[in-house]
Design a protein around this ligand. Structure first.
Ligand SMILES: O=P(O)(O)OC[C@@H](O)[C@@H](O)c1c[nH]c2ccccc12
Length: 252
């Protein structure tokens, strides 16, 4: 992998992911449909939102120590169409067990948010959707998408540039995220999504990730073509249910 220009915090995350490895028994999952969950939210007048259980992160101060299951339930009560759960333990305060408990407690699709770098990294915990980050898996993307689908996972491929979107589509991705956070600098620019979204073909589900804080941000991402949004910090900061409700009801 080319790690030139990647922020030191991110290098440390990748080193930790490599040393954890992964790989238990080969998983076989029976996933809850993400497309159906987004469609149901739309039909119900809510903005399709993936709310993220993220106790902390390299760009967050402090750590939220409430029970993640209670937080997850509040997110669903606030109208989240799906959840994302960090399973990275060393920098995000997550764990595979947390995801397992959350998934057992809710009936919406749950995304496993981690830094999966190889096939063994897929076999850690059952989830409905798994994240693959185009920049970090490079030439292995198509093989990993296929390996994840063989196990039953739906796959979200995270991108940050038009070139990565093209690579994601070539690898067969049908759900693409554009991360507004630059992994080199760790700063957030919502203009990223606006610039990159036009490269995503019709028929691909498009998710705007990171940096969405206000209802205006939600509307801005929707105008730029977001089918759904992935929001962590702005939901985790304060009353989780109210935060989720506000963002899922930010219609034009
Ligand atoms: O807290 P934010 O700015 O709303 O961002 C959420 C999510 O997009 C972010 O946590 C994220 C995007 N891609 C990732 C990859 C790994 C870990 C975390 C992430």
């Amino acid at each position: 992998m080319n790690t030139d220009g990647i922020a030191p915090e991110v290098r440390s995350i990748l080193d930790a992911a490599r040393s954890r490895g992964g790989g238990g028994d080969r998983l076989s999952v029976d996933p809850r449909s993400l497309a159906d969950a987004f469609a149901a939210a739309e039909a119900d007048g809510r903005v399709p939102l993936v709310a993220e259980v993220k106790p902390t992160s390299p760009t967050t101060e402090g750590e939220r120590t409430d029970d993640p299951v209670a937080l997850a339930r509040e997110m669903v009560a606030g109208g989240a169409a799906a959840l994302s759960v960090l399973t990275e333990p060393d920098h995000f305060g997550g764990s595979p067990e947390t995801l397992e408990r959350v998934r057992a407690a809710v009936d919406v699709p749950v995304l496993r948010k981690d830094f999966v770098l190889d096939e063994a990294g897929l076999d850690v915990v059952a989830a409905d959707v798994i994240l693959l980050i185009a920049r970090f898996v490079g030439d292995d993307l198509a093989d990993l998408v296929a390996a994840a689908r063989d196990r039953g996972f739906q796959v979200l491929v995270e991108t940050h540039t038009r070139e990565e979107v093209e690579a994601a589509v070539a690898a067969g991705a049908d759900v693409v995220g554009v991360n507004n956070r630059d992994l080199a600098e760790l700063d957030v620019d919502l203009g990223t999504f606006e610039r990159v979204a036009p490269a995503v073909p019709e028929g691909v589900t498009l998710i705007a990730e990171s940096g969405v804080t206000t209802t205006d941000d939600v509307r801005r991402m929707r105008r730029a073509g977001a089918d759904a949004l992935l929001v962590g910090s702005a939901i985790m900061d304060g009353n989780v249910r109210e935060n989720t409700h506000r963002l899922t009801h930010a219609r034009e």
